[in-house]
Design a protein around this ligand. Structure first.
Ligand code: DX5
Ligand code: ZN
Length: 243
């Protein structure tokens, strides 16, 4: 499994999203991460399906839509029709998570489940074999530019073990919040395979260059991740598990 970067347009200039997407893509973005906030689940308000539809017209890479909203079930279809290739939903708001995950898949969209920093990994246990990916929040959702929470590193490792124990070796772990070039290696070594970054890319003087630097750092870390070099992630065991 390779490593991908997903620049988050939350930190881009909302008056020039097309240009932001193009710069990120030139820098090697594999996905564009779109943060949807409703002012209820998180304190901030951002965008809805019409903006996703416009992004879909200009983006060459798939759109990864992160729903930070209290009632995702009401909006999944709208975001799927707007062009989302991936939709992630928070376990904290969904009493019928199994139904929601399968509703996303039935729309032909990859279904992800998100854990807030204070949500334990065990919350995934019953859904681990159904998900297409897991998103580990490494900040409390709501805003860009926050500091990475270090406890996220062992949490990524624990999610990988849980997914593998469920036989879901294919599902990548995405990490979101406080990711920059300096942080890339440790999250990749822990098992993250999709790195979201907002301010590190769009608050940089040259977003294209910042995206490229993040991708290079992530790929370099992946290169170090082999059975011959069991790093802090316990690479040997992890590699035998097939990621
Ligand atoms: C936070 C969002 C993130 C945000 C990350 O609520 O889910 O995707 O854009 O921003 P940075 O990379 O600046 O922490
Ligand atoms: Zn996000």
């Amino acid at each position: 499994m390779t490593v991908q970067i997903a620049p988050s347009i939350l930190s881009a200039d909302f008056a020039a999203l097309g240009r932001a997407v193009a710069a990120a893509e030139r820098g090697g973005a594999d996905l564009i991460h779109v943060d949807v906030m409703d002012g209820h689940f998180v304190p901030n308000i951002t965008i809805g399906p019409p903006v996703v539809q416009s992004l879909k017209r200009v983006a060459k890479v798939p759109l990864d839509v992160h729903l930070m909203i209290t009632d995702p079930d009401r909006y999944i279809e709208a975001f799927a029709h707007a062009g989302a290739a991936m939709i992630s939903v928070h376990v904290e708001v969904l009493p019928h998570l199994h139904r929601t995950v399968h509703a996303i898949k039935a729309l032909g969209v990859r279904a992800g489940v998100v854990l807030n920093p204070s949500t334990p990994v065990v919350a995934l246990e019953q859904i681990a074999s159904d998900v297409d990916f897991v998103l580990v929040m490494s900040v409390n959702p709501g805003f860009g530019g926050q500091s990475f929470i270090p406890q996220s590193v062992p949490k990524i490792r624990a999610v990988r073990v849980l997914l593998d124990d469920a036989g879901n070796h294919e599902a990548p772990i995405e990490v979101d919040g406080g990711i920059d070039v300096g942080r890339a290696a440790e999250v990749v070594l822990a098992g993250a395979r999709i790195l979201v970054a907002g301010s590190a890319i769009f608050h940089a003087p040259d977003p294209e260059r910042a995206a490229r630097a993040l991708k290079e750092a992530a790929l370099a870390a992946l290169n170090d991740y082999s059975p011959a070099a069991p790093g802090p992630a316990g690479g040997e065991r992890a590699s035998k598990r097939g990621f």
